[in-house]
Design a binder for this molecule. Sequence first.
Ligand code: SF4
Length: 429
Amino acid sequence: MIQRHGNRELWVNQAPIPLSTEEMDYVFGLTYARVPHPKYGKAKIPAYDMIKTSVNIMRGCFGGCSFCSITEHEGRIIQNRSKESILNELEEIRDKVPGFTGTISDLGGPTANMYRLGCSDPKAEANCRRPSCVFPGICNKLNTDHKHTIDLYREARKVDGIKKVMIASGVRYDLAIESPEYVRELVTHHVGGYLKIAPEHTEKGPLDLMMKPGMGTYDRFKEMFEQYSREAGKKQYLIPYFISAHPGTEDEDMLNLALWLKKNEFECDQVQNFYPSPMCNATSMYYSETNPLKRVKYKKREDVPVAKGERQRRLHKALLRYHDPANWPLIREALTQMGKKHLIGDKPSCLVPAEDKEAQTPAQRRRSGRHGANRFATKHTKNQPGFSGFKEKNQGDKPAHGKPKNKGKSGHNPHKGRTGKPKHRQASH
Ligand code: SF4
């Protein structure tokens, strides 16, 4: 595709032809130094810290989420490395990465659990025009057997010098629940206390346009996660991630999501507010206010409500951070306009306190039971399991009192709140 911008043209290539396993092994088997280019000298490179012990086991994704362009970059057909090539890389990391502690921070790819999965019918695959193999439901031609991933995890744990293998890539939980054995393996051996997953929303309207499964699937995965964590004798937490202002999201949808967060005692420290980015379906929804997932005719098309303009976008983001006093005036104003004044006040069913309650300190508010115990971030933080140390990031979404909530200084466990309850922080997709 070539698109003109002023007097210049942007040329977008289609996803490359999928590589075979042999080709993937060749690419990943080249003699990489596994350290930053010498020209950086001793500079600290955060991206290097993130990837230095992370292993890419595949490319591509058949999920087709509207806000993501991985399918366009890497293709919908999963390109897999062989198990041997991956295990060799683990040994390379062990032998070459300076200061390696024995922890692999990730064994994944665009999605954690699509390794060696794909269409079982090559003829159908060649002609298939579905944008996703898993939405609106899992295609009956899709092979969802997770045995190769389970086997890979087991073999990886056996490599000499490897003490722990974390899974930090996003787990596609609608696929995972098809394989309870996979969920058990993951939960028992590869979760460092927190597992991020991305329902992205709670409401059907935005979820359908995102091409994401409904909350029933999340609930099922949560049940399995909790059951296997209990059986493994581990206290582990599931951290859900959400997007505000995605095309198709109305104020009422964001309000329902905020009420869900409050009911489930979640407080997001950092949030992802949708921003139109190149090559995503959601971007065409944003600009055209039309549903490109349905047939578009000259006079007949499905309109999509889109949060645009500073106020509405701010409101959607504010509702995701309903607990932040800085957002209360805007939320109160919106609730009043929406005829939902009953959600303002001190009752447990209320979302924000009445105006005079703003004078309360955060500690007083916590005591009043208005605030959830579960806080989680949506950007990488250094206290993500598998990383040592911690540094607060993302100044734009600091807590309202202006201080980082966790400093990780001596004597303070960054995973615990002042009440001793766990605070959930997690890396984003
Ligand atoms: S037929 Fe089904 S499994 Fe095969 S490519 Fe199409 S959607 Fe995916």
